[in-house]
Design a protein around this ligand. Structure first.
Ligand code: FES
Ligand code: FES
Length: 181
């Protein structure tokens, strides 16, 4: 009996406010769809195995590793890459802080660091605890949640999935502290 394999898929990717309709091999990662099909090259391919964070993008506001995601699963999702962080011709405050703090050397990891930092600040603001958050720090007395203060230790832990081969960590943490504070 003949077996049918569906190798292409038509869908819509919404990237930095622009909707793209394209046919994709269903094995294509979101990272390859962005870089190879749409020429959105901000997200970088470092390890291609979910280990370095250089491909981090925001999907509906959450930070995710684009090298691990099948693009067809994100049909219609709102994807933001480093190219989409600036608004109304102005850099995102994190971009300004990274520049002011000299928080990069080669810059290869920087797009992922920036997207990850944006997502991480939102997670802390929504009261998501990390491994180093003290018990109860994200709970208010009424049983709800409260934002987690982003100390240097919190930032280091929450950004630990984003590696920097140049070792710019001290300045990266300082830049994020400037904005998160
Ligand atoms: Fe995606 Fe390294 S390229 S985590
Ligand atoms: Fe070179 Fe981070 S600035 S890898």
């Amino acid at each position: 009996m003949e077996t049918l394999y569906r190798l292409s898929y038509w869908g819509e990717l919404r990237v930095n406010g622009v909707a793209w309709t394209l046919a994709l091999d269903h094995r294509t990662t979101l990272l390859d769809a962005l870089r190879e099909r749409l020429s959105v090259t901000g997200p970088k391919k470092g390890c291609d195995h979910g280990q370095c964070g250089s491909c981090t993008v925001l999907v509906d506001g959450r930070r995710l590793l684009a090298c691990l995601l099948p693009a067809v699963a994100y049909d219609g999702a709102r994807i933001t890459t480093v190219e989409g962080l600036a608004q109304s011709g102005r850099h995102h405050p994190l971009q300004e802080a990274f520049t002011a703090r000299d928080a990069f050397q080669c810059g290869y990891c920087t797009p992922g660091q920036l997207c990850s930092a944006v997502g991480m600040i939102a997670e802390a603001a929504a009261g998501h605890p990390s491994l180093v958050t003290e018990d109860g720090a994200a709970d208010d007395t009424a049983g709800g949640i409260r934002p987690v203060a982003l100390t240097a230790a919190e930032i280091r832990e929450r950004m630990s999935g984003n590696l920097c081969r140049c070792g710019a960590y001290t300045h990266i943490v300082a830049a994020i502290e400037d904005v998160a504070g």
